[in-house]
Design a protein around this ligand. Structure first.
Ligand SMILES: [Zn+2]
Length: 275
């Protein structure tokens, strides 16, 4: 899944590879997928984008937004985004193929589910997109300790996972990046936020910032891939890659559990549930 570190890293790579290219042809929904969300009529994508020049790409929460003159292309959630140079063989199946006049292409496919939206800027009223645009990024100065404390007060009865990683409370912070954020702060995903001391909450706040920054600076997590198909440079501490291994802090064995519609990875030694 694309979360904040990946949206930032993908946008950076797109700016280095496709910015300034002119779109020659667009094919949307070539391989129909039940969980590929498109904006409006897929046949209209080509008319909307053809002949236009690619501008700046940016990460907006867990989404990648590509400026294409007066239009925008937004890729969200479980989308594989791949760049292909001229002459390279393109995958047979895809849900969005953007071909440039120089023969290179951007090819996007859905893993489990995801959005591949194209629209005139300012006309897309998808709530997920609008919330991600409206709320401050956790890496911005506007997302500060006071704001975090106020959020924690409002959500005192929620578990750490529900508070941090559901309902887009914090844009781009999903169940993926959550694992290392909680591990670094020594908080169990099931612990109620209201049970943390002020110091523990402060540590959690700092972990949100520092963990996400580290992931973004290293090109995203190693559980995700970049536009060339390479894994991100950030080595996840708590993920499907480390389950069953020893905790780097205390030597406990990293466990996987199902919790709130997704897997959580914890060290039972240093992330005890607060009662
Ligand atoms: Zn541990």
């Amino acid at each position: 899944m694309i979360e904040l570190p990946e949206s930032i890293s993908l946008a950076k790579q797109l700016n280095e590879t496709i910015k300034g290219k002119v779109i020659g042809n667009v094919v949307a929904n070539a391989s129909p997928h039940k969980f590929a969300w498109l904006s409006g009529d897929s046949a209209a994508y080509n008319a909307l984008l053809k002949g236009k020049t690619v501008g700046e790409s940016k990460g907006v929460g867990g989404k990648v937004e590509i400026e294409v003159e007066n239009a925008r292309v937004v890729l969200a959630e479980g989308i594989n985004v791949r760049f292909f140079a001229a002459g390279e063989t393109l995958p047979r199946k895809h849900q969005l193929l953007i071909q440039f006049t120089d023969g290179s292409a951007l090819c996007c496919g859905v893993q489990m589910y995801g959005g591949l939206w194209a629209f005139i800027d300012g006309t897309f009223d998808n709530e997920y997109y609008l919330v991600a645009k409206r709320k401050p990024s956790p890496l911005s100065d506007a997302f500060d300790w006071n704001a975090f404390q106020a959020m924690a007060k409002e959500n005192a009865n929620k578990s750490a996972k529900a508070f941090l990683a559901t309902e887009q409370h914090i844009p781009g912070l999903g169940n993926g990046v959550l694992q290392d954020i909680l591990f670094n702060a020594r908080v169990n995903p099931k612990t109620k936020i209201g049970l943390l001391s002020e110091q523990e909450l402060k540590t959690l706040f700092e972990s949100v910032k520092t963990t996400l920054l580290q992931m973004a600076n290293q090109g995203g997590r190693d559980t995700e891939t970049d536009i060339f198909g390479n894994p991100g440079g950030y080595r996840t501490l708590m993920s499907n890659k480390t389950v069953g291994q020893l905790c780097p802090r205390c030597g406990g064995i990293i466990e996987k559990a199902a919790y709130m519609g997704g897997s959580v990875y914890i060290c039972p030694g240093c992330q005890k549930v607060r009662k």
